[in-house]
Structures are given as C-alpha cells and as structure tokens.
Design a protein around this ligand. Structure first.
Ligand SMILES: *Cc1c(COP(=O)(O)O)cnc(C)c1O
Length: 356
C-alpha cells in the first residue's frame, strides 16, 4: 500500500487541460505561460506542460525555478514576483524573465547581468485596480525610458495582475487600458512588446466574451490548468478535467461517540472557543492529516461524509452511513489553497499516474 497522506497527480488530465487551454486561448491569438507555483515547481508536472506545448513556465519562487532547471525541464523561466534586492543575483542566474515594478531592483538586476555577461528580460507590471503589484499607469512611460538605458536588461513586455488581492474582475475597461498603454509605448519608443500579459485564470470570462482582445497577447495560467476551472466564480471550463489532483488520507480512529464535547469548554488549540451542537451519537472518524499538511477549509470529500474540523495533525469526520474502518482511505478534491498547501507540505507524499 502507498503511504498517506498523499496527493495523487494525474499527469494525463493535466496534459489534457494544458493542451485544451492552449488551443482555446490561441483561437484569439493569446499565448499562455504555465504557472507552476501551486505545484511547487514539481518537475514531473512541469515536463507535462512543456510536452503539451507550453514553452514558458513561471513561478513566484526562485527555489521552484531552480528545482525545475536542475531537473532538466526544457523551458524559458519567468520569475512571477518582483525580485527582492537581496535575490537580484539569483534572479538573473535562474530566471530568463522577471516581472518588475521597482526601478532600483531593475538597476540591481542590470549590475548582475553585466557582471555575468547575460541579458535579463523584464516585464513591467502595471496597476489596473487590484492593488497588488504594479507601476501606476502614469509612471509607466518614464520607467520604460529608464529601463531602456539599463545595460544587460531588455524590456520584453508589460503586464497586469487582477482578481488576486482586490478581487477586481478583468474587463473591457481595465484590459482596454492595458492595451492602449501597450500601443502608446510601442509608438513612442518604436519597439514591439513581445508580451502584453493581461492576467491569470480569472481572465477566462473576459476572453470568452470580448469581441476584441486588443493588444493582449499573453496570459499566465496556473489554477485553470490544474483544477480545470476559471477563478472568478470557480466554474468548470467546458471539456476540462476538474479532478486531476486528489488528496488521500487514512483513517486512524473510528468510533461512535457523542457529537457535542462535554466538560468545561475553553479555547481550542488555535485560540477559538468551539461551539458544537448536539446531534446525538455519530460515527466519528479521525484522519491522520491536519492543518500542518493542508488548508483543511479547501477540501471537499469525494464521498458522503462531513468534515467537522481539524487540529494540527488530525481531521475529524462525521462518517455518516459510510462504514469507515481504521486503515481505510478517504479522498478529497482540493481548491487552490488546499493544493498549494499540500504540495508545499513535506509531510504529504506526491504520487503520479497517467504519465507517458
Ligand atoms: C499566481 C500568479 C498567476 C497565476 O494565477 P492563476 O490564478 O493560478 O492562474 C499569474 N500571475 C501572477 C503574477 C501570479 O502571481
């Protein structure tokens, strides 16, 4: 028997999703970058994306990019988060392209690029209302001018990120604005922007409904490749697999017990005051997995059981009519947060199926 807890990754389904998304977006001239941060830059998954025709991979962590490079993944690598000044040297060493918003960081990248005799490509991120990273649109032109003068640095595009921090929906207005900024930069500086990168998995509805994508020619996709859904409403994208990944945990205790804790009630392990209603006796099952392994709130059981709660190392289940015994396995679907956390946890084993 394989070990638990484990995450099972169906490489065939991921490959299907990647191919399908590439085709969907290509129908209006948009190329995609595969974002690997939700799977911690897992080289087996990265290889599948490359074989599905995605030649550029992006991650917000240099450690993940390094991991993929060292495993021999043949792709161009993008650092998705603005490099910290202390990471400028490794950013130049491991990433071909980085997303940037601070000129002082670009200067640092330039120094290391010159020192090591390489060119480092950058995409300038522009603020379009979500209020995470980005130059204010009014500062873009001046920054482009400064960047053009930096040795060892090539400006290859501009981009924006929406629906991440502020939940702002990608629409005709904000993406139209990005397009017009791209047009202005190209005219003013007589250059072609290889990337006008309009966003992430939240851009699907905009893409499907827009009569004209304008200058937007790229999206950076993670969630929709792995979970088969867009990320504004978490709706399935037609024809995509939503079950490419599952989490498997094992029953370590199974007993009929009361549903309401008894005794004097004080704080639980995380400082909350628990309040459980009395539902009589129930089959309470404990799984050998907890908050140190996964964001439990992001799990959905694949069978008819209910998650009652969790502590660091235990998930409590109402097993209802399911006769779960010690040693039985229980399967869950994962949302983005649950995927990210379980892929990151060293306690969760990773197993693969469907690979060629
Ligand atoms: C995480 C991230 C993405 C990918 O987002 P998904 O919703 O997983 O598609 C794209 N761009 C940036 C800057 C990110 O940080």
């Amino acid at each position: 028997m394989t070990t638990t807890p484990r995450i099972e990754i169906d490489l065939e389904k991921i490959s299907h999703n990647a191919t399908k998304l590439r085709e969907i977006y290509a129908s209006k001239g948009i190329g995609i970058i595969g974002v690997t941060k939700a799977v911690c830059g897992d080289p087996a998954v990265a290889d599948v994306l490359v074989r599905a025709g995605i030649d550029t991979l992006a991650d917000s962590r240099l450690e993940n990019i390094k991991r993929m490079r060292q495993a021999g993944v043949q792709a161009q690598f993008v650092l998705l988060r603005s490099p910290a000044p202390s990471q400028a040297e490794s950013a130049v060493k491991y990433a071909d392209i980085s997303l940037n918003t601070e000129f002082s960081v670009i200067e640092a990248l330039s120094r290391f690029a010159v020192k090591t005799g390489v060119t480092h490509k950058i995409i300038l991120m522009v603020e379009m209302g979500d209020l995470r990273e980005g130059l204010l649109p009014g500062a873009l032109e001046e920054t482009v001018e400064q960047v053009i003068g930096q040795k060892g640095i090539v400006l290859v595009g501009i981009g924006t990120n929406l629906a991440c921090f502020g939940g702002v929906k990608p629409d005709e207005e904000n993406l139209g604005h990005l397009s017009s900024l791209a047009r202005d930069i190209e005219e003013k500086f007589g250059m072609t922007l290889r990337y006008v990168s309009g966003g992430n998995s939240a851009n699907y509805d905009w893409f499907m409904s827009t009569p004209d994508v304008g200058k937007i020619n790229n999206l950076r996709l993670g969630e929709s490749i792995f979970l088969g859904c867009e990320s504004l409403h978490r709706k399935q994208i037609p024809g995509m697999s939503t079950d490419a990944l599952k989490l498997v945990a094992e029953v370590i205790e199974s007993k009929v017990k009361p549903s309401k804790p008894y005794g004097d009630i004080c704080q639980d392990a995380f400082g909350n005051m628990p309040d459980f209603s009395n539902r009589g006796l129930m089959r309470r099952v404990i799984l050998g997995i907890g908050l140190q392994d996964v964001l439990v709130a992001g799990l959905t059981p694949r069978t008819d059981i209910e998650i009652l709660g969790a502590s660091s190392d235990h998930i409590l289940i109402d097993a209802k009519e399911l006769g779960l015994k010690v040693g039985d396995e229980v399967e869950f679907n994962l949302n983005y947060g649950a995927l990210l956390s379980s892929m990151t946890s060293p306690y969760v084993a990773k197993s693969y199926c469907g690979g060629s």
